[in-house]
Design a protein around this ligand. Structure first.
Ligand code: RIB
Ligand code: CA
Length: 313
C-alpha cells in the first residue's frame, strides 16, 4: 500500500482495550493524520482505567496528542464492562500514571469539529456515549462531521456480548440509536468482518527488533488469553484496528449501503443492529456497512507501520 500523507484531522474516541491500543498506535505511527484528540469513554473498563491506559499507549511512542476523558457511564444504563481485557482494561501493560479525569471529551469533540467544519473523521471504537452526548449538546454537529468510522454491530453473525449484540453497541444502545439515526456519514465495521481476522503471537514476532515489540507482546499475550477464555476464540481478534485501517487504506474495504436500526427495548435483543435487507423494502440506507476487508494488506501494513518497517504490500 502506498502511504499517502493526508494530514486530515481526526479524533479517536476509545475505551482502551488491547485492540484499541493497536488502533491508536496504528493511526499515530502511520504519520498520515493530524490527530486532534484522543477522547476516552467507559466500556472495556471504568473511565479512570481506560484513560490511564490511553496515557500509557501515547507515552509508549512519546505522542503529544491531547487526551481528554469522557463518559463514565452510558446515557441511561449502568456500565457493563468487558472481561477479555482484564480488570485494568489493558492487562499486560505496566500502568504508572493516574491520568486526570475531566469529562472534557464532549466539549473538545464539539470545538474541534466546529474549528474544522466538514473535515474531521472520528474513529469510534468504544461505546458511542461521547458521540451521542455531543450530538445532544450540539444538534448541528452531525452535519459538520466528515464521517464516523464505527467499530460496532453485527449484521448476519451472532453477537459477542449477548446472542445478537456486539459489545460497543450493547453497552449503550440508546447512544448508538442516536448516532445511527443521525445524518452524519457512518462507516460501520461489524463483527461480520472482524470475526475473520485473527492474529497469533507468531504474527507479532514480526515486530521483533522494534521498540513496540516487548510491550505489545506482553499485552497481546494477555489479550489472547482473555479472548480464549471470554470468547472461545484462539488468537487476537482485530476489532478496532480494522476500523482505524479504513482511514489508512479504504481501497482494502468493500462496502454495502444498508438501513440499520438499533434495538433499545428488547430484553434478549438489547443492542442488536437490525438491518432491513428485504429486497422489496423502500428503506433509505443510513450506514455504509463494511462487508469485506483485504486481510493480507491489513496485517502486512499494520505490522509494518507498528514495526517501523517499509510496508510489504
Ligand atoms: O466488540 C468489540 C469491541 O468491544 C472493541 O471495540 C473492543 O475494544 C471492545 O470495546
Ligand atoms: Ca474498543
Amino acid at each position: 500500500m502506498k502511504k499517502i500523507i493526508q494530514n486530515c484531522p481526526i479524533i479517536i474516541d476509545t475505551d482502551p482495550g488491547h485492540d484499541d491500543a493497536l488502533a491508536i498506535l496504528l493511526l499515530e505511527k502511520s504519520k498520515m493524520f493530524d490527530i486532534k484528540a484522543i477522547t476516552t469513554v467507559a466500556g472495556n473498563s471504568n473511565i479512570q482505567n481506560v484513560t490511564n491506559n490511553a496515557r500509557y499507549i501515547l507515552d509508549l511512542i512519546g505522542s503529544k496528542t491531547p487526551l481528554y476523558s469522557g463518559s463514565e457511564k452510558p446515557l441511561k444504563r449502568e456500565l457493563i464492562k468487558a472481561v477479555v481485557h482484564g480488570d485494568s482494561g489493558l492487562d499486560g501493560a505496566c500502568i504508572k500514571v493516574q491520568e486526570n479525569i475531566s469529562d472534557q471529551a464532549i466539549s473538545k469533540i464539539i470545538s474541534i469539529v466546529r474549528e474544522n467544519p466538514g473535515e474531521v473523521s472520528i474513529v469510534v471504537i468504544g461505546p458511542e456515549t461521547n458521540i451521542a452526548r455531543a450530538f445532544i449538546s450540539d444538534p448541528e454537529l452531525p452535519r459538520l462531521i466528515k464521517q464516523l468510522i464505527i467499530m460496532g454491530g453485527a449484521i448476519t453473525v451472532p453477537g459477542n456480548k449477548n446472542r445478537v449484540a456486539e459489545f460497543n453497541i450493547f453497552v449503550d444502545p440508546e447512544a448508538a440509536d442516536i448516532v445511527f439515526s443521525s445524518p452524519v456519514k457512518k462507516v460501520m465495521v461489524p463483527l461480520d468482518v472482524c470475526n475473520d481476522i485473527i492474529l497469533q503471537m507468531t504474527d507479532f514476532e514480526r515486530l521483533k527488533g522494534s521498540k513496540l515489540y516487548e510491550p505489545l507482546s506482553k499485552m497481546m499475550e494477555k489479550y489472547i488469553a482473555g479472548i480464549s477464555a471470554g470468547e472461545k476464540v484462539s488468537g487476537a481478534l482485530m476489532y478496532d484496528p480494522l476500523a482505524a485501517y479504513y482511514l489508512i487504506n479504504p481501497a482494502a474495504y468493500e462496502i454495502e449501503q444498508m438501513d440499520v436500526k438499533v434495538e433499545t427495548i428488547g430484553e434478549l435483543t438489547r443492542g442488536m443492529t437490525v438491518a432491513d435487507r428485504r429486497i422489496w423494502s423502500d428503506h433509505e440506507s443510513n450506514v455504509d456497512v463494511v462487508t469485506k476487508i483485504d486481510a493480507k494488506s491489513f496485517i502486512d501494513d499494520m505490522l509494518s507501520i507498528l514495526g517501523d518497517r517499509k510496508s510489504l504490500s
